[in-house]
Design a protein around this ligand. Sequence first.
Ligand code: DGL
Length: 300
Amino acid sequence: MSGNQNFSAESDPRNRPIGIFDSGIGGLTVLREIWKALPNESTVYFGDSGRYPYGTKSHDNIVQFSLQNMRFLLSRNVKMIVIACNSASAHAGDEVRRQAGVPVIEVISPGAEQAAALTRNGIIGISATRATVTSGLYESAIREAADRMIAVGENREALRNLSVLPVACPLFVSLAEEGYWNHPATKMIAEEYLSDIREAGADVLVLGCTHYPLLGKIIGEVMGPETILVDSGASVAQKVRQTLFETGLSRSETGTISYQFFTSDDPEMFEHRAGPFLGGGKPSGTRFVSAESFSEGVKP
Ligand code: DGL
């Protein structure tokens, strides 16, 4: 799962890699969906584990980190940037889009659209980091998605009477990183975080953090079989595919592709923790990079 970039073959913009970043390893749950949906595309993944977590950081810090991550990925000649972190998407999505000069995909709108499409009673729970919850972006994205559906003739009462219930679940991130996917402690904490949303009758719960899909089994047990869990990874990958197609950037070659990994922390630790987030398999050849050094301009 590694490889060296062949820049000569990349003078054609279509053959350049897709860049993906997250605060650490959570975004790998999005990367694995991109690999599944687009097996002919090369990728460069950057996990900012040295500055993880983002979900507890201020707006200004998240914007600054995200712009540095963007500049690093641009220095790797990427043709598109996927912000595979809800906290970064919520706080820095607009700014990254404004500055990137390549198409930018964030992870909030696809999840919001899915939630609006799936709800039957209009009660939608959002589980996310504190930074994502305080941004209020999921709530507005779900309401906008519902309005668009109504505008094209969807006549569901639920779309007109939405009740969006966000809850910050900061400990879920550490539990996922620690491998507590099926642990009684996770169940206890999930019960504590989610019981109000369950009692309110939510029929959809958005997993609004790219770490949370690893806790899906326990979250599902706590919410009960009537609640649909929305993990936006697959719809983000479809959005990537659609955008590549619409912008004429789908890869034109069928030759060798490369999967590159970078981290701002210890590469060995990154690789050790990454496997389960990728759904098995383990990255290799991960290189260290300090994203802080990409604070001004785009390095060649
Ligand atoms: N993966 C990040 C997200 O989707 C959360 C982890 C963090 O707090 O950095 O928001």
